[in-house]
Design a protein around this ligand. Structure first.
Ligand code: TMP
Length: 240
């Protein structure tokens, strides 16, 4: 019995915790081989991309001056591909980078495991690209759709769980008490908040378009309540 379940939601909504919990519950049944994966990641290419994203976050405050990109090319031998991508943060470059990593993941991990009737639990998949690069960065949604089709060969999840959380709540989780947030807000953070609001809106629209595939859960509920809701739905997909 092949089953493909994905977890989606904004940064800091608790996807990884809930994905781990589901994997544990499924494994306890001892009936299926359960394969947990995280995007970007899961293949060497995906791991490189994750490093790139981390590096880019860190480097936001020290972007190179114009022209440095070319200097970088001259010393290319000393740099890994993510170092170079670090300076190519254009939305289309981002879209293609996630598409490359996902193509490899689908080919190497997702398809073989579904063919072997395993349960694949993936944190982030194509809906992340639609929400972040499409709704968030404003890329044409039809372009994003083509990229997603190229990467997945049409392989879609049976169930997608959206942990829905307002971006200011997510920031509050990261920074502590909600009341303190305003003190920390600088222009960049407000920009980020707008971006994450568009991402959230994107997710909610996607879920509305395909209600049979999505389970939307309020991520402010307690972890136990959330994992029970997820289990209730997943149980219905498992054979008796
Ligand atoms: P995460 O560890 O929170 O999942 O970090 C991955 C980051 O990459 C997160 O900010 C979302 C972003 N992302 C995209 O922008 N597009 C994508 O297709 C994927 C998979 C992730």
């Amino acid at each position: 019995m092949a089953l493909f379940i994905t977890f989606e939601g904004g940064d800091g909504c608790g996807k990884s915790t809930q994905a781990n919990e589901l994997v544990e519950r499924l494994r306890k049944q001892k009936k299926w081989k359960v394969i947990p994966i995280e995007e970007p990641g899961g293949t060497l290419l995906g791991k490189m991309l994750r490093e790139w994203l981390r590096g880019r976050e860190r480097s936001l405050t020290r972007l190179p001056e114009e022209g440095t990109q070319f200097a970088l090319l001259e010393t290319m031998n000393n740099h890994s591909i993510p170092d170079i991508l670090l300076h190519a943060a254009a939305p289309r470059a981002e879209l293609l980078a996630f598409t490359i990593a996902r193509s490899q993941l689908v080919e190497d991990v997702i398809i073989p495991n579904l063919v072997n009737n395993n349960v694949v639990v993936c944190t982030r998949y194509t809906d992340s690209t639609t929400a972040y690069q499409g709704y968030g960065r404003g890329l044409d949604l039809s372009l994003v759709k083509i990229a997603n089709e190229i990467a997945t060969k049409g392989i879609k999840p049976n169930l997608t769980i959206l942990l829905d959380l307002a971006p200011d709540e997510a920031l509050a989780r990261r920074w502590g008490a909600k009341a303190n947030i305003d003190d920390h807000f600088e222009e960049q953070v407000v920009d980020k908040l707008d971006f994450h609001q568009r991402v959230r809106q994107g997710y909610l629209e996607l879920a509305e378009q395909e209600p049979e595939r999505w389970l939307v859960i309020d991520a402010t509920l307690s972890q136990d309540v959330i994992s029970d809701k997820i289990w209730q739905r997943v149980s219905k997909l498992l054979p008796r």
